[in-house]
Every structure is written in C-alpha cells, then in structure tokens.
Design a protein around this ligand. Structure first.
Ligand code: SF4
Ligand code: SF4
Length: 267
C-alpha cells in the first residue's frame, strides 16, 4: 500500500517520516461547491481540509515560508491547498514565484478540484510544480450530481447535471494532461456513504488508466449539506482501500490537514 517513495510525504509513507510540508493558505475563492464543504476561515480548533486561521497574501506567505523553512530543514514541500481552489486564485502562482526566487530548492505542490487543471498545466510547469492532487469523488455525472451543487467556468455558472458533467469531464482531461506532462498526480477520493461508496472501484480504474500514481480514499467529514450523513468507520475505509489496492497504490496515512498545516505528518 503506497510504498513507493516519490519524495513527497503525502504520496508515500517512507517520505512522510523524513520530509515535512508547509501549506500556505493564499487561495481564498473556490469555483465549485461540494456538498460536504465547510471552509472555516478564522478557525484555530478544527482540523480538516479548508480550515485555516487566516488567508495570507503571497508576500505574507513568503514571510511565513522563510520563518519556518529556516528553522526546520525537513520542511521541503510547499503546498497550496486552499482554503478554496489554488488554480482559481492568481495568488497561488504569485506565491510560487516569490518562493522560487527566494529558494531554488523548494518543491511545490497543489491540491485542486481539477476544474481548471487542463487549462493551467503550462502555468504549473512554469512555476516548477511537481506534485498535483485532484479530488475525484465521481467519474460519472449521475454520481457527481449528488455531490456538487454548482461549478463556475469561464464566467458561466452551471448547476446540477450540467455542473456534474462539466466537472467530471474537465477533471479527467486535466489529470490525463498533467500525467502526460510529467507531473506526479495523486487522487483524493472522499468516501461518502450512500452516495459514492459503490463507485470507488470505478474511480480507481478510471484514474489509473489516466496515469495517476496513487489514490487516497478519505472518510467523509460530514459538514454542510452532508452533515446528516455518517462519517464512515475505519473498517469501511480499510475495506474499500483493500478492494482498490490491486487497481492502484493506496495511501493510508492522510491526516486530512488544514489549509495552513505545517510540519511532519502524523503516521
Ligand atoms: Fe470546498 Fe474544496 Fe469543494 Fe471548493 S473544492 S467547495 S474548497 S471542498
Ligand atoms: Fe497530505 Fe492528506 Fe494532508 Fe493533503 S490532507 S497534505 S494528502 S496528509
């Protein structure tokens, strides 16, 4: 399970014991609405993706990077994972530019919903981004329409089935293009009881065929419109990971981190 060492703590357990990450929360806005999303800004106590104490400007992010990287040489990965979508916010690329000028050795990664991935591959390559995580919760629109409320693309707002079709298609095109361009791509999939639990193997097969290296199946944190659903048990998550591990390498040490997490992963 997820034993290959890609040199990134979230892509394999080996690297997680040696390399840390710093998430810089510069990407405020999001271009889709997931029904489980609760982006809690100004929050110190919650520990889940999208939560952060404050959104930083690129200049503040550089200062934060300088402060932490100089005090811990294990902090090699600079990630932007929110609190919104990194590719939807120009601050993401500005931050990479500033850090690249300060530290040529920094390694960059992003975590995205994938809607803009196909359109921004060249920009990612120019910014020296090496690792991309795409959250893929469905590979067909019938399942996707239960998970997403809307998608904003090219200044047009799509709802329901239209949003689901657009997102599923854009994610898959973007993933394929990113893999072909040499980026190391991981897929995060949120296991959502009653919604996509019987669809996860199909996701695994589809993303493997597109060139994805590893998959990270995470239990739903039931917020927002999905707050009535139950968080899947460890057994439920492990069972589905086991079913998928013959299809694609599985990650089992995800910390479901905040957008401003800093340090080593707990493994
Ligand atoms: Fe929230 Fe991320 Fe979904 Fe955007 S992509 S709605 S920030 S969970
Ligand atoms: Fe890595 Fe999971 Fe944390 Fe993302 S949420 S940085 S994949 S451990």
């Amino acid at each position: 399970m997820g034993n290959r060492n890609y040199g990134h703590p979230c892509f394999g357990k080996d690297a997680a014991s040696k390399i840390g990450r710093i998430h810089l929360p510069v990407a405020k806005a999001c271009n889709i609405k997931c029904n489980y999303c609760d982006r809690n800004i100004s929050c110190m106590n919650e520990n889940h993706p999208g939560a952060c104490l404050e959104v930083l400007t690129p200049e503040q992010a550089l200062e934060r990077y300088k402060r932490y990287a100089s005090s811990d040489s294990r902090l090699k990965i600079v990630g932007i994972s929110g609190p919104g979508d990194p590719l939807f916010n120009p601050e993401t690329f500005k931050t990479f530019e500033l850090i690249k000028s300060y530290d040529k050795g920094a390694i960059f990664c992003i975590s995205t919903n994938g809607l803009l991935l196909e359109d921004r591959i060249e920009d990612l390559l120019k910014s020296n981004v090496r690792f991309v995580t795409v959250t893929v919760n469905a590979v067909n629109f019938e399942v996707a329409k239960e998970i997403y409320e809307f998608a904003l693309y090219d200044e047009v707002l799509y709802f329901g089935e239209d949003a689901a079709k657009l997102l599923v298609e854009k994610q898959q095109k973007g993933i394929e293009k990113a893999c072909k361009a040499g980026l190391v791509v991981k897929v995060n999939t949120v296991l959502i009881p009653d919604i996509n639990q019987d669809h996860i193997e199909e996701i695994a097969k589809t993303v493997k065929a597109l060139g994805v290296s590893v998959m990270n199946i995470m239990p739903l944190r039931p917020y927002a419109k999905f707050s009535h659903l139950k968080r899947p048990s460890c057994d439920a998550v492990n069972n589905i990971r086991k079913r998928c591990e013959s299809i694609i390498d599985q990650i089992s040490h995800c910390n479901q981190c905040r957008s401003d997490a800093i340090g080593m992963l707990m493994i």
